[in-house]
Write a protein that binds this ligand. Structure first.
Ligand code: DHB
Ligand code: FE
Length: 287
């Protein structure tokens, strides 16, 4: 493939990923019936509105800039990129609040590309992938225990991640439905073993509203390579997290601010350098 057609193809795949994020979010998310507490809504909405007004006054924002903001917010909706925007720049704070009392494995953001009910297998297992799936083969394994050390037999591990080009199935076009997605059951000792390939770093779609902001501000659009994981067991809290790769690019400058030192894998490479082995033990809090 020429450099230009490669560029065009990856740009189109990224744009479609952004667009699908809104549609799939509305399909996949079970909305809790949150009791409308008027005082709380008023307090939070007032703070957000005040923060925006403070920025306008302190930065002396002009009408031209205000109109660009309006147009950009409209584009955000039209591009379907609200899930991307929120998951990159806000979710990490929601996650910090949600998991503040947990003692087990650290959580981090879910991001926009989770799909529930991926095909289930007992482990050891190989995740669904194409026959010629590019990327370094990765054996990902470890134990699931409770915070008191009890092995959690039949713990459930959901794993989803980008491919070797940074694309997620069901969002980027042209990938098999469940590519690099699966639900895995640990054995009777809480040991799991999943065979997959190492993902590549992920770039926020550059053509849409999020990408416009990033380039206008002179930021970069990258997340370090990561595995997305949800782990639970009967009677234990579900933890949603991600694992990163030691030495990988963008670990110190994740656009989504979602890296934690406890979540960095240190894979070992086989003698010939062709296979990676990463061990990670998950620890769950009681429900
Ligand atoms: C986004 C993408 C991800 O893969 C992720 O883990 C977090 C955020 C995004 O594009 O918003
Ligand atoms: Fe991701």
């Amino acid at each position: 493939m020429s450099d230009e057609s490669y560029e065009a193809e990856t740009t189109a795949k990224a744009a479609e990923s952004g667009n699908k994020a809104t549609e799939r979010f509305l399909q996949n998310t079970a909305f809790a019936n949150v009791q409308a507490d008027q005082a709380r809504i008023s307090r939070i909405a007032s703070r957000v509105i005040k923060a925006m007004n403070d920025a306008v006054i302190e930065e002396e924002v002009t009408y031209d800039e205000y109109n660009i903001l309006k147009a950009w917010l409209i584009k955000m909706g039209n591009d379907g990129e609200w899930p991307l925007f929120l998951d990159v720049w806000l979710e990490h704070s929601v996650e910090a609040v949600h998991n503040s009392a947990k003692k087990g494995t650290k959580g981090t953001i879910e991001g926009p590309y989770y799909v529930p009910n991926a095909p289930q297998q007992n482990t050891p297992a190989t995740i669904e992938m194409r026959a010629d799936e590019p990327g370094t083969p990765l054996k990902f394994h470890g134990n699931v225990t409770a915070v008191d050390g009890t092995p959690l037999k039949n713990a459930v591990i959901e794993l989803w991640h980008a491919d070797d080009l940074g694309f997620y199935s069901q969002y980027a076009p042209g990938l098999p439905e469940w590519n690099l997605r699966g639900t895995f059951i640990a054995d009777e000792n809480g040991y799991y073993e999943i065979h997959t390939v190492q993902p590549a770093p992920y770039q926020i779609p550059t053509e849409g509203a999020c990408g416009q902001l990033i380039s206008a501000a002179g930021w970069h659009a990258w997340r370090p390579a990561h595995l997305h994981i949800k782990v639970t067991a009967p009677g234990y809290d579900l933890i949603t997290t991600q694992l990163y790769f030691d030495g990988g690019d963008y670990l110190d400058s994740d656009v989504a601010g979602a890296v934690k030192p406890e979540l960095v894998l240190r894979p070992t490479l086989s003698a010939d350098g062709t296979n990676a082995d990463a061990k990670y033990d998950f620890v769950l809090d009681p429900a």
